[in-house]
Design a protein around this ligand. Sequence first.
Ligand code: C5J
Length: 223
Amino acid sequence: MPAIPADPRPFPFDPAACALLVIDMQRDFLEPGGFGAALGNDVSLLRAAIEPNRRLLAAWRAAGLPVLHTREGHRPDLSDLPAAKLQRAPAGATRIGDPGPMGRILVQGEPGHALIPELSPLPGETVIDKPGKGAFYATELQARLEALGVRQLVVTGVTTEICVQSTVREANDRGYDCLVPSDCTASYFPEFHAAALKMIAAQGGILGWVSHSDHVLAALATP
Ligand code: C5J
């Protein structure tokens, strides 16, 4: 098996049991006029992750390994939106469910809720809709992974310290080995991106492994 160079030690890549999990690469987070912008963020900071994800997705698909995408969002009636989540926004900000230039903010079926066109899912790829930050909470993700025989996850997407790290923490507690390629994730706060990656690999890999997509691509190319 082609181990992937990683911090704190090589990741024991098992192509027969590994899925690519792309977190929340949605217009609402990456494009002006969505949820990320409504919270006062410079959404252009997330765009650096697009090309590395595009390359990794292409290689992953070519290798015939499973790909799953997630989207954060809420039902149109907001029945799955806790009041605490709705209220936590800067004063005066456009809030979840409010109308915006890409439709209602963070609401399923609206243009802003869609995955960015650069990383559109292919027919047959799983798309998990999630109401929270972690991808396991209130979703069918674990059942899907179990059906696929997946025990390892390469986790990419945005943002590093919120939905990516929340998902890695949830996955870790469920016994999955997680590898995060640092260039395939991004944050509105570069210092949080760096700290979140450090937290994952610290203490001997307390939450998982951190690497670079070049190493994952090399492993995928190894016969
Ligand atoms: C946030 C996410 N930051 N996908 N969501 O609210 O990281």
